[in-house]
Design a protein around this ligand. Structure first.
Ligand SMILES: C[S@@+](CC[C@H](N)C(=O)[O-])C[C@H]1O[C@@H](n2cnc3c(N)ncnc32)[C@H](O)[C@@H]1O
Length: 272
């Protein structure tokens, strides 16, 4: 019998294997906005060893390398790793699972995980792993979306599905998408994993997408769980959702772009 967490992992992996280029185009300009706060939170400096966990297209790894760190990026999707190697040719990327990192104990001075904790079947395990690979006194930071009443892109799509669609479609069950969108939950997770001095700060981010169907297309073609939710709807329902989203975005539209507030939390701790 395949455990639910494993089904969820396989579902996520299959999804990420399909979308590196789409993710890079749609989400890259957004998730890169958290790099500076993450690298500040781990106090990254020239000469440090740094691990980018669930590195995707490798944005955080590349930024850390540019600052003079010795860097490794790890992602479980071979397609993402290939994409990252292609766009950041001087940086090392390796296939590996955030819940079972392919790295020895205490090897890194700092580590970060940008917008990946919500994609993990066993996030607690990944936090323990981040702690294991750090030296004592090493720092870890992760970013996560704020709740959908603040992250307008998620709020708009989820409200449209709630209004017109079937929100309880059969998808492998993972932990709640917005579980860590709560500073207390971030703090708890860090402490349980072995970090001290937890700190959680909000980062304001703005997502610029083509007006009209830019958000609908990004959610349908460049995500995994939300795309699964959308693709499980009938074509007629999907059309209603698309229309609803277009209407809801009117107030955020400026000429041929929409500008959506997409704040995030950046949580960090020190390995004790
Ligand atoms: C939302 S993307 C974030 C990518 C990147 N960190 C960024 O800055 O945009 C999530 C990434 O997590 C990876 N991922 C999901 N589950 C993973 C796991 N269990 N182990 C390693 N990588 C994982 C996916 O392949 C994907 O590249």
């Amino acid at each position: 019998m395949i455990l639910e967490a494993e089904k969820f992992r396989n579902f996520e992996l299959a999804g990420w294997q399909e979308i590196p280029a789409g993710y890079h185009d749609a989400f890259g300009p957004l998730t890169t906005q958290a790099i500076e706060p993450l690298l500040n939170a781990v106090r990254l400096k020239k000469g440090m060893s740094f691990l980018d966990i669930a590195s995707g297209p490798g944005y955080v790894a590349a930024a850390a390398a540019k600052l003079g760190a010795t860097v490794l990026g790890v992602d479980f999707s071979a397609a993402m790793v290939a994409h990252a190697r292609r766009i950041h040719s001087g940086v090392e990327f390796r296939e590996g699972d955030a819940e079972e990192l392919p790295c020895g104990n205490g090897l890194f001075d700092a580590a970060a995980m940008n917008f990946a904790i919500l994609h993990l079947g066993r996030p607690e395990k990944a936090l323990l792993e981040a702690c294991r690979i750090l030296r004592t006194g090493g720092r870890f930071a992760f970013s996560v979306w704020a709740r959908p009443d603040e992250t307008i892109g998620f709020g708009v799509v989820l409200r449209a599905v709630e209004l017109h669609g079937e929100p309880r479609v059969e998808l492998p069950e993972g932990p709640p998408f917005f579980r860590y969108s709560d500073p207390d939950e971030c703090t708890r997770g860090l402490i349980v994993a072995g970090f001290e001095s937890p700190a959680v700060t909000k980062v304001q981010q703005l997502w610029r997408l083509p007006a009209g169907d830019g958000l609908f297309n990004a959610m349908k073609d460049s995500t995994v769980r939300t795309a699964g939710l959308l693709r499980a709807q009938t074509p007629k329902v999907l059309e209603k959702i698309r229309e609803e989203m277009r209407g809801a975005l009117a107030e955020y539209t400026k000429g041929d772009v929409v500008e959506l507030p997409m704040p995030a939390w950046v949580a960090s701790g020190v390995k004790s």
